[in-house]
Each structure stands twice: as C-alpha cells, then as structure tokens.
Design a protein around this ligand. Structure first.
Ligand SMILES: Cc1cc2nc3c(=O)[nH]c(=O)nc-3n(C[C@H](O)[C@H](O)[C@H](O)COP(=O)(O)OP(=O)(O)OC[C@H]3O[C@@H](n4cnc5c(N)ncnc54)[C@H](O)[C@@H]3O)c2cc1C
Ligand code: SF4
Length: 343
C-alpha cells in the first residue's frame, strides 16, 4: 500500500462521443453510468444555470448524469432552494438505496462526518484536487464576457477538448447569439486565477495522502505519454487509485464500457503530486489577492505579472502547443545533463 492505495488503473470510456465531453478519460461518467443502469442513485456537481458556480444534485437518469460531465473549477453549493445534499443523501441511505457520490476530497470528508456511521450501500469517489477558484472570479469573468458578446451564456467549459484533444485544455463559452469564444484555459484570466488563487483551506488541506475518505480517487493521468501505446488515448486518459474493496468493485463495474489497464502506482502518483501533497502558494499570490480584493480580476493579473512575464508565458504556451511532449522532455533531459556536467 502506498499512501493508502491498493492498486492503480488507467483508462478511458470507449464511446468517443462521451469521452469528448468528459474532463479526462471519462471514468467519473462511467462509474455514474454503471449506477444509473442498475436503477441506483448518483450525487455529484453540475453548473448552476448561469455557470457562475457548481451545485450538487441528485441524479437518477442518464440525462442528469451528463450534466455532471466536465470539471467545474469553481466552488460549489450543497444547500440551495429546496435541496440539501446532506439530508437528501441520508434519507436515501436510510431507505436502503444504493448510492454513488462523486466530489472533491473535502466534500467526501464533510459527507462522511455528517453521516457519522458507515453505510454498506454508499460508494464514494473523490477527485485529485488542486482546489477550485472562488465564485467572484467566475462572476467577474463571465459577466465581462457576456457584456463583450452582448449575449447570454448558454454553454461553458473550462476543460473543452478542441478537435477532440485532451491537451492543451481550452476554455469555451457559447452565447445565445451563436457566437463562440475559445482560448487555452491557462491563458485566460479565469485560468490564471484558478492556478494562483485557491481558498485558504486548500493550502492546508486535510484530505491528502492516507486522509482521503473515498473508495477511489480519480484524476487526469498526467505524465503518461504516447510512448505507452497500451494506455494512451489523445482524447483523454483517467487515472484511478483504488483504496478499498468497494473501489475494486467499482472498477469491475465499468470494464464493459471502458478500456482499463492496471498501472504503476508510484509513477502515477509522482506525476500528480497533489493527490498526496499540499498546494503551495504561488509567488504572485500576495499581490494578486490584494489587488483582486481592492480592484478586480483583470487588474489583479496586470499588477501581479510584469509585461515580460506575460510575454514569456504566452511564448512558453505557444512552444508547448507546437512541439510534441517527447521533444520537450528530451530538451529538459539535455539541460539536466548539461547542468550535471557543469557541477
Ligand atoms: C477544482 C478541481 C481541481 C482539480 N484538480 C486536479 C488536479 O490537480 N489533478 C488532477 O489530476 N485532477 C484534478 N481534478 C480532476 C479532473 O479535473 C477531472 O475532474 C477528473 O480527472 C475526472 O475526469 P473524468 O473525465 O473522469 O470526469 P467526467 O466524466 O468529466 O466527470 C467529472 C466529475 O467530477 C465532478 N465534478 C466536477 N467539478 C466538480 C467540483 N467543482 N466539485 C465536485 N465535483 C466536481 C462532476 O460532477 C463529475 O461527476 C480537479 C477537479 C476539480 C473540480
Ligand atoms: S484542496 Fe482540499 S480543501 Fe481545497 S477543495 Fe480540494 S479537497 Fe477541498
């Protein structure tokens, strides 16, 4: 067992029209699908109707679980209108229903501490977590876009797969007037805010390593390359870390609709350190947070990054898009060997 993990798997859903809508390899959708197919219940997160926030919901149909597909990189609400996640979930479990919950590690932690006892028919999956950004970022960013396009947002994604490709990730906004805005996510103000400003609790997260409370932890299989043809899919690859026997049963339940391979736990973890390690504050964080609180999102970005830094970022992104990953890794290796020789 490494960090509480029994086994690790890589894979993706075989249906390409589904895979393209999922954030990585579509494991989350596949787990949800296997539950709905058997008449069971799934709880997870969809966007609110204005896309400014995530909201927890209870699903019993395939249509409802498609709204869960894709990562929402913004905080989500558990209690709103007539819905209360904790109460509704407890009711289902007390009625003897079989339930799957998919959320962030702290969501699963909060649910488990609310329930106070173990339920045999409750299955929990959490996501490797970098921490979402706050609602104010989404509010400001999307309001400015709607103003610019003079139209209401009707669809939004921060993990859009342009031309069906998993990487690089794109932000895509579609408006009522049929116009579409698309840009590499980390070149947008939303993406920059997501990468450098999480909520304070995310810098001292209590749900890393052996403290995950789920049966499985899933994420993007960062680190995998085309060199491993058995596991690779350029439309997206998920990684799943199985922590319990229930987790292994979940994996067995998706084998008929997914390609699933056992993978190396240590390798997969080393390439996705946030599964076990705390997020570290970016050096731009103090200036960013100060100007964001006192001015607005765009000023915060302008004040945090010099013109040269912004230009270098854009060039770096351009190089990453143009050059294949293997070439970049080779370059990195050459620089490292050169540095070793210098010592
Ligand atoms: C804020 C955030 C940070 C993340 N950080 C990392 C990371 O550092 N490394 C990494 O490998 N993966 C990270 N992930 C997970 C990754 O983005 C994918 O969600 C994951 O790989 C599942 O992809 P999939 O194709 O299997 O899921 P899909 O089939 O696309 O389904 C996504 C599932 O995640 C749920 N979900 C989406 N957004 C949220 C949310 N805000 N809160 C709770 N549940 C949500 C959906 O309801 C759905 O069940 C993060 C996700 C989020 C939301
Ligand atoms: S980093 Fe930790 S505290 Fe922050 S959202 Fe993720 S699980 Fe929750």
């Amino acid at each position: 067992m490494l960090h509480g993990v029994q086994k690790a798997y890589s894979g993706y859903i075989n249906d390409k029209s589904r895979l393209v809508k999922s954030a990585s390899g579509g494991f989350a959708y596949s787990f949800a699908y296997s539950f709905i197919k058997k008449g069971n219940i799934v709880y997870s997160v969809r966007y609110s109707s204005d896309f400014r926030q995530g909201e927890w919901a209870r699903a019993t149909t395939f249509e409802e679980i498609s709204r869960f597909q894709g990562s929402k990189y913004v905080e989500s609400k558990k209690i709103y209108d007539n819905f209360n996640l904790y109460e509704r979930l407890k009711q289902d479990l007390e009625s003897g229903l079989t339930v799957l919950v998919i959320g962030l590690p702290c969501d699963i932690g909060a649910i488990k501490s609310y329930l106070t006892k173990e339920y045999q028919k409750l299955y929990c999956i959490d996501l490797i977590c970098h921490g979402p950004t706050i609602k104010k970022v989404a509010d400001e960013y999307l309001t400015a876009l709607e103003k610019k396009y003079r139209s209401k947002l009707i669809d939004f994604s921060v993990r859009y797969k342009k031309n069906g490709k998993w990487m690089p990730i794109y932000l895509r906004a579609e408006f009522e007037n049929k116009k579409i805005y698309m840009k590499p996510f980390y070149d947008t103000d939303y993406g920059i805010a997501f990468s450098i400003m999480s909520r304070p609790c995310c810098y001292k997260c209590k749900f890393k390593s052996v403290n995950h409370k789920s049966d499985i932890t899933i994420g993007d299989y960062w680190g995998i390359t085309k060199a491993n043809l058995k596991e690779w899919n350029d439309m997206g690859v998920s990684v799943a870390f199985v922590r319990t026997d229930k987790g292994e049963a979940l994996i067995n339940a998706i084998r008929d609709i997914c390609t699933v391979n056992e993978t190396n736990i240590d390798f997969a973890m080393k390439n996705n350190r946030l599964i076990n390690e705390q997020k570290i504050k970016d050096k731009h964080y103090p200036v960013f947070i100060d100007s964001f609180n006192n001015y607005n999102l765009h000023s915060a970005i302008k004040k945090s990054f010099s013109k040269t830094e912004r230009l270098l970022k854009a060039i770096k992104r351009g190089i990453k898009i143009v050059l294949p990953r293997e070439f970049l890794l080779l370059g990195k290796r050459l620089i490292n060997s050169f540095n070793t020789l210098q010592k």
